[in-house]
Every structure is written in structure tokens, then in C-alpha cells.
Design a protein around this ligand. Structure first.
Ligand code: ZN
Length: 101
């Protein structure tokens, strides 16, 4: 299972990919909770202290949003945006799906 996910990641580059997201060969690729949590902990440590505090910015500044689990930047929206911001990053989505975060 571990090697298969490494292979799959090598194909798509640096972004962690899980069977649930790619929807190919789902019989072969299984969700690896240990690897996913290992990557999650690294992501969380890497993102620590990088968040921009929106309230510290001058009026009219864009708003920065981050993943509520790992702190990764998810998107930047204009100050007066109408839709809800994305608050779960793509790599954390399967973790939430599996009840790991
Ligand atoms: Zn995240």
C-alpha cells in the first residue's frame, strides 16, 4: 500500500493524492492513514506561524484564509467577498472524510 501511494504521488508531482481524489484503480489504491497523518503533521509544522492576521491589515486589504486543520493557505479573497471561504485544504479533506482530524 505504501509503495503504491509513493508511485501515485510521483506521477502527480508533489501533491499528496489519495484514491478518493483520483478515482482511478480504486481497487489497488487504498487510503493510507499513517502516511496521510505523517504528511499532515509535517504540513502543520511547516505552516506554523505563517498565517496573516486579517484584522491587522488596513481596510480594503484582501482576506487570507487558511486550512483549519493544518494552517495551509487555502485562498485569498477580496475584503467584501460574498461566498464562504475555503477552510479545509485539499490534502486535509480525505483526513476529515476518514474522521482523522
Ligand atoms: Zn489542511
Amino acid at each position: 500500500m505504501y509503495g503504491e501511494i509513493i508511485f501515485l504521488r510521483a506521477v502527480v508531482g508533489n501533491i499528496p493524492v489519495y484514491a478518493e481524489q483520483v478515482n482511478i484503480m480504486s481497487a489497488t489504491f487504498k487510503f493510507d492513514a499513517d502516511l496521510a497523518m505523517q504528511q499532515y503533521r509535517k504540513r502543520k509544522a511547516d505552516n506554523q506561524g505563517k498565517e496573516i492576521n486579517n484584522s491587522s491589515l488596513p481596510a480594503g486589504s484582501p482576506m487570507y484564509y487558511y486550512c483549519k486543520y493544518c494552517g495551509a493557505h487555502t485562498e485569498t479573497l477580496p475584503e467584501c467577498h460574498m461566498r464562504a471561504p475555503k477552510v479545509v485544504c485539499d490534502p486535509c479533506a480525505p483526513l476529515r472524510l476518514h474522521g482523522l482530524v
